[in-house]
Design a protein around this ligand. Sequence first.
Ligand code: HMG
Ligand code: MG
Length: 305
Amino acid sequence: MSPSAVRVVEVGPRDGLQNVKTSVPTEVKLELISRLRDTGLQSIEVTSVVSPKAIPQLADCRQVLASPTVKRLRREGANLRLPVLVPNKKGLQIALDYKVTEVAVFVSATEGFSRANLNCSVEEGLKRAREVASDATAAGIAVRGYVSCIFADPFDGPTPPSAVLRSVQELAQAGCYEVSLGDTLGVGTVIEVRNLITFLADHGVNLHRLAGHFHDTYGQALANVWQAYQCGIRVFDSSVGGLGGCPFAPGAKGNVATEDVVYLFHKAGVQTGVDLDKLAGVGSWISQQLSKPNDSRAGAAIVSK
Ligand code: HMG
Ligand code: MG
């Protein structure tokens, strides 16, 4: 990555869809993945292999992973990362059966959300993540990590930065090539972003192995992306059309919209490798498919020009 470039990790097909209440046909999910790749995105989280009782929307993960669309994209090799979210060894085994080349493990920095989202304590969640990362590495596939609730937990309140540090260090030691910092509730502001990243850096965390994952509940996500960039982060998770949310984080809104992130960086002279006009078309298309307003301000402005 050149010094004036960022990597955008598109999480729309996973985070974006997991909280949609009406069942989205598998063909629509596959077309979304294909259209996203056509915009030049180099990292697309395609689905999750989790309990279908927890996330009914993604119960078709096997069909997605076995599809000609995903197989075709997988042949692009190292130019395209296609991570799949897995919570445990069972999820990893299914992912391996379908020849997935990258998985993402996820833990919460906080107890309340860990119990709600993973049905286990933080300690047990870290243990499972270590096991999955170890087995995945042994199988020769890449592992990404997420730490949720970096600023607050829906049940426990504010998160101590030391709890985030611990989870980040554990995931990095477990072999995650990158750890994404999740503001699951979308409550953080630029001051908290700066303070947390400074705290992590002061405790020896390599900023080049971190990513930012900001939900937009309070409309702060794009500002938080920029603040994290100013602090040295160069990888950002986002969802086309501002889709996203987690059923176990009540009230949380979508991810920062990919179109808004790309618009921001291009205007700042920072490359993303993404064709913004094409991306805006994808955001408009998927919003129509889901019968919802387009939550990307930049995307909506571009398509209405
Ligand atoms: P549990 O009930 O304790 O697990 O759930 P279990 O081992 O007792 O299994 C329960 C059932 O699920 C069994 O099926 C298992 O076979 C099945 P049954 O016998 O009842 O028919 N099962 C699975 N099926 C498919 N794939 C699997 C799997 N594992 C078990 N991998 C469990 C524990 C972790 C499984 C559950 O709590 C779970 O799936 N949680 C995931 C929830 C989730 O996906 N949340 C959203 C993603 S995280 C997120 O959005 C945050 C993030 O975006 C960052 C941020 O914003 O902060 C990443
Ligand atoms: Mg999320």
